[in-house]
Design a protein around this ligand. Structure first.
Ligand SMILES: Cc1cc2nc3c(=O)[nH]c(=O)nc-3n(C[C@H](O)[C@H](O)[C@H](O)COP(=O)(O)OP(=O)(O)OC[C@H]3O[C@@H](n4cnc5c(N)ncnc54)[C@H](O)[C@@H]3O)c2cc1C
Length: 387
């Protein structure tokens, strides 16, 4: 009796950020009845540098409207090396804020026919003989729906994955943190540059950063930020002082601070997990964030697109969806695992960091040029992540 009144979907997707709406768009495009839910009300803020490579747009499969991007496109990188050398190169990058961007992506999924609800959180599920009952908490109260396939796109604290894996691969506290200060100032910083500072005083895993962003008030701000496994405020304050000195910043006013910490164990061999049965993990929920590359939205978008393709294929040929998905994801998973295995290094000295860069930089630079070129020729589903 109760079940007959349930709304039924082919696909249920939790998480309206990158991986979720991309999966929803491509599910809906195949005619699958799709529900995408996001627990926050959109537009919502998400700590993220919001920088991506041009092929990201190709994976999404629709042009990003100009008004969803920041005023300044990033077209150059300025790298400050531990030994004091400064290298510059031209490289076009997309630059956006996640509040406006993620909202657009959810509306895009909706425009393809997916049902989208914000202010609606996934809470729990129960498996039945012919589907999965999904318990939701909407602004209006609790609800239950039914779906055949379930996609977890809830990011680095993935709620469905944690229920399936019973907390395996996670730890209670934080495994690392990132912190950004948004500020206004006069000085010599250039708004079309991504500044990278490779120095263990500021960041012991990769680089500390400075770039320009447009906030929802329509004004441009500078962002200075870093990540560290401890003493994050101290590290960022020290770095900020160096930036002020180098670029002759005056009238500095911090307007906003944002922080982020993760509970995922980065060294865990099991970090990448694509799901089981009719449950698929996408984006950060699948463990695809790649700290070696320092980015994750491209992998999130590609995994969302491939999850949708896997569901479509599984419907057609009756093969287990998790098997089809694993097959489609092989290239991306292999690349991410390789990076995770060799790249999640915390450096103890700047000499160590410099040696790491000297060894890998030329190879990385050449590979970036080659793969950027090849990505223009490759189909959206075969994109290779940079750098
Ligand atoms: C400081 C920082 C800087 C970064 N900079 C970059 C960068 O410049 N470029 C880049 O490519 N990547 C960057 N990343 C990584 C990038 O943010 C992630 O890889 C990307 O956001 C992953 O997207 P996702 O869709 O998998 O998950 P997320 O973006 O984490 O989204 C998960 C969504 O799920 C929702 N949700 C959670 N629980 C529930 C629930 N129970 N029910 C419904 N919804 C739920 C959340 O509200 C959220 O909207 C950065 C990350 C950090 C922390």
């Amino acid at each position: 009796m109760i079940e007959s009144r349930l709304k039924e979907y082919d696909v249920f997707i939790a998480g309206g950020a990158i991986a979720g709406p991309v999966a929803a768009k491509f599910c809906a495009r195949q005619g699958l009845k799709t529900l995408l839910v996001e627990r926050a009300r959109l537009p919502r803020e998400k700590p993220c540098s919001g920088i991506q490579f041009p092929y990201f747009e190709k994976i999404i499969g629709d042009p990003i409207p100009r008004e969803r991007l920041c005023h300044h496109t990033l077209s150059k990188i300025e790298m400050h090396l531990p030994d004091g050398r400064v290298l510059s190169a031209g490289f076009p990058m997309l630059n956006f804020m996640r509040d406006t961007f993620d909202e657009w992506l959810c509306l895009l999924a909706q425009s393809y026919g997916a049902e989208f609800r914000d202010g609606c959180a996934f809470r729990d599920f129960e498996e039945t003989s012919d589907g999965v009952l999904i318990h939701l908490e909407a602004d209006t109260g609790p609800e239950t729906i039914k779906a055949r396939y379930v996609v977890d796109a809830t990011g680095m604290r993935p709620i469905i994955r944690r229920k399936l894996k019973r907390e395996e691969g996670f730890q209670k506290g934080s495994t690392g943190a990132a912190l950004n200060y948004y500020f206004t100032a006069d000085g010599d910083l250039e708004p079309d540059k991504l500044y990278q500072f490779w120095n263990i005083e500021y960041n012991n895993m990769m680089f500390a950063w400075v770039y320009n962003k447009t906030l929802s008030d329509g004004k441009d701000y500078w962002v200075v930020g870093t990540g560290y496994d401890k003493d994050i405020y101290q590290r960022l304050d020290g770095f900020f002082e160096r930036v002020k000195e180098l670029y002759h910043l005056t009238n500095v006013q911090i307007v906003k601070k944002e922080g982020y910490s993760s509970s995922m164990v980065f060294t865990d061999e099991e970090r990448i997990w694509l799901g089981e049965r009719n449950f698929l993990m996408v984006g950060d929920a699948a463990g695809l964030i790649d700290l070696t590359r320092g980015v994750g939205m491209d992998a999130a978008a590609l995994s969302g697109r491939l999850a949708a393709k896997a569901i479509g294929l599984a419907q057609k040929n009756g093969r287990p969806v998790s098997e089809v998905y694993a097959q489609l994801m092989k290239g991306l998973v292999d690349q991410t695992r390789r990076n995770q295995q060799r790249g999640i290094i915390t450096f103890k000295t700047n000499e160590e960091l410099q040696a790491y860069l000297d060894h890998g930089m030329l190879k990385m630079g050449l590979n970036m040029i080659l793969q950027s070129f090849l990505n223009r020729l490759r189909s959206p589903e075969k994109q290779v992540m940079l750098p």
